[in-house]
Design a protein around this ligand. Sequence first.
Ligand code: ATP
Length: 225
Amino acid sequence: MATDKSGPEAPPRLGLFGGTFNPIHYGHLRSAEEVCEALALTRLWFIPAAHPPHKVNGDLTPFAVRLEMTRLAVGEHPLISVSDLEGRRPGRSYSIETVRQVRREVGPAWELYFILGLDAMLEIAGWKDYQELFTLSHFVVLDRPGYDRRRLAEVLIEEVHPQFRPLQEGQGFQHPSGHKVFFQETTLMDISGTGIRNLVRQGRSIRYLLPEAVQGYIITHNLYV
Ligand code: ATP
């Protein structure tokens, strides 16, 4: 668990799972489900990036299309929903602006849990105003095949804050603000948007890598060919 406090009087917990979702796949979906359960999240929002600063925009499927696929994938879920908030904001989709906006909208009572893969977390020092993110939210880091957890300590201590403290049993680290960066075990799936787009381009099957509704949408709309 991220914190010791749980039970009816505990603060509500909101998970924020951002990404390009080009397209969303079972690596994202199953991780979200398992994080919800393990951390007893009150809500989890998938937040597709409208204009991600780190991706080549010329190659990027339009936001509305990625948003629609994400909605199709989630369907009706008691806790998980899809937010279009980055599409409603002009300019580049910086995570810091999203987290500040969420914090303003939900108020101070909610605990925020920023969910991301280890590959993305290791790049955090390239993000806009990244130090501030650690003062606003906990971080939940998902393993990805081929990425070594041990590299995270160097990134956090050398590039974010020298006073990050290790948590017990290699679970993660604590920022001086009290927010934690912790590893969450989830079912490891070597699935990526890049891999799916490549399969489509090669005319190969993408069945069972992502929900059938999203697969159908990709075929009907001739995406990634
Ligand atoms: P691409 O291959 O297009 O770069 P991607 O599949 O890695 O895409 P994104 O939409 O960029 O997915 O990822 C959103 C977030 O989900 C990132 O933090 C990423 O690390 C994480 N993520 C992506 N795929 C997986 C997976 N299979 N398991 C766990 N986390 C994942």
